[in-house]
Design a protein around this ligand. Sequence first.
Ligand code: CP3
Length: 362
Amino acid sequence: MSDQRFAELKNDLILRVCRGEKVERTPVWIMRQAGRYLPEFKEVRADVDFFTVCRNPELACKVTLQPIDRFPGLDAAIIFSDILVIPQAMGLEVQMIPGKGPHFPDPVREPSEMSRVKYPVDIKKELQYVFDAITLTRQRLEGRVPLIGFSGAPWTLLSYCIEGGGISGSGMNHAKLWLYKYKEESHRFLKMLTDTVVGYLIGQVDAGAQLLQVFDSWSGDLSPDLFDEYCLPYLVDIAKRVKEVHPTIPMICFAKGSNFGLTKLAQLSQYDVLGIDWTIEPKVAREFVAGTNKVLQGNMDPAVMFAGQEVIDREVERMINSFGTQRYIANLGHGMQPSMTIDSAANFISSVHNISTRLASE
Ligand code: CP3
């Protein structure tokens, strides 16, 4: 299906994998491939605030293309934005504090405060800037690689709205209190977020996104019981509703750390691809999704990126051997970090190319 607005795709490897086709090598992209490890990104950020970059289609497009220009081996671009544009669209203030991360000055700590959350959201009005960035980026990509759109998952977004930031290592006591004590309100809030995410993802495809990823970055903090009640049904609902409108758009779900949830996600959801982090052996993940046709994505420990080319090569080979070369998209198990080097990213990408090409031809 070609879209007359944009150039013909020259590299459709990742889309072929998503469709379950046999491929000559493993496609590769890197979460946070645009970011502070790139001097050209830091140069843009030197003069402008993080969310100003997100809200300015020219700048968002520019930083999206930076890793594509630098690393011709990447098989996909991901639009530069943040998962927290959804809480912003729902009327909550979110700041990005340098060196600290996201901060909500006024988080929704009590159910009685939910009246501050705007719903339903006029998605076109509030998030048109993302759609414009996507359309512009599709044009400037000139068909080099497909463009990935993304959203945060309802639970991960809820956890930010309630905690207000500083989630990593926090224990998430505020957000989990809702799940245990205010069940009905938690479900109501998750439903509001889900409806917004669905409209947002559909809008991204309308604007030109060729693949979608849903990030449930904090699902691994939940017990299997809480995952089943508060993550799974909403993740399932999102894929179902987006696919009703865009049945052929490949969708990736990355419920980070929720290894126990893989089997249910595979059996119940319409995602084409499931992402995994490094806390599960790829072979074992394959067993968890056995009997479904899911593609897997991941999962190299980002820490390997600090260990130099030889170790990266060794770990990439181990990883691809465990996943197999087919129905697989290579990535890290989480994002690039500011202190990682450009060489490490280049090494990872070329390593995936070389090793998967060799293994796929054996
Ligand atoms: O992958 C890409 O290249 C696309 C861009 C992207 C960003 N955020 C840019 C960003 C994507 C896909 C995200 C998603 C996102 N944002 C997630 C899900 C992925 C994950 O990491 O689990 C989450 C949890 C967020 C929330 C968020 N935004 C955090 C926790 C932080 C701070 C992280 C840090 O390293 O400081 C951000 C800020 C952010 N988002 C940066 C970038 C490049 C760094 C901020 C800066 O430029 O000053």
